[in-house]
Design a protein around this ligand. Sequence first.
Ligand code: PHE
Length: 345
Amino acid sequence: MTLVNELESLVPDLAKGLDQASSLEVLEELRIDFLGRKGRLAQIMGRLPELAPEERPVVGKTANAVKESLNNLFDQRKAALEDAREAEKLSRFDPSMPGRMPKVGSLHPVTQVMDEICQVFKGLGYDIVTGPEVENDYHNFEALNMPPEHPARDMQDTLYVTENILLRTHTSPLQVRTMKERKPPVAAIAPGKVYRRDSDLTHTPMFHQIEGFMVDRNVSMADLRGTLTSFLQQVFGKNTKVRFRPSFFPFTEPSAEVDISCCICGGEGYKDGAPCRVCKTTGWVEILGCGMIDPEVFKSVGYDPEEYSGFAFGLGVERVTMLKYGIGDLRMFFENDVRFLRQFA
Ligand code: PHE
């Protein structure tokens, strides 16, 4: 058998082998056997030197043609086997199988309550305003009638950035910023984060407040009382009782703290025969601070205290959320345990 014959017989040999090859793995073995570096084609070519020089070009040409045929046969069979494999996979795919539901998150309870409170005040015609969390001494203290040596500054355990720059300790700077920008009548609420150097079971260094204020001619304490009562009854239920206790803030005069009847025990002081742990049997819980805006504050924002009066209040959103849902531990809000958070979805 001449080398040319041997070469040409490789094609039908491979064709036969390919017919029987049932997988891509067997196919690869065949490829190595025929076309590999030490494969059949290479072995035949290795005998080229045995030939007379004038015979070599004919054999070489045949070898190239055979090589191309072999490659084509491989490619065809390979494509067919790949198609078959794909078809087999698809035949096992069940398009009627129910899908996996994506996990959908929800708003944090504090965010939800903050939104709800903003919604109530929007309904009363208030604008929502925001301002910087990194504040200066002037807006956080001085313009709010707390000059540098004022003892009330001690009440706020402040986180200072520099001597003059601090993390705001309350949302009250928004009273100053908003009044400076606008002329009365003004009615706005300011939700946001505030910071204090305080960390224990009932205090976190960051928490949320909502400030509310309104300034116009003839605004009175009765307006404050009516507004807060309406608001608190919308958030805690229409049977909620509201009471005002005298208090002190440098930026309001007179000032008051507001209590609501305990929404856990309904103001009874006892629940299911046991002392109520939320109001400690008093039937009341403190909910916010408020008062009539001090004339000194009006002076620092350029309002005439003879012409205008107004009220302001500030409340802690975590506290409202705890009371509203009977949550006993402040830390729950910051641990982000999904078993807790899911209950508010
Ligand atoms: N800013 C006060 C605080 O953080 C709350 C307050 C706001 C009191 C507005 C009166 C008026 O404690």
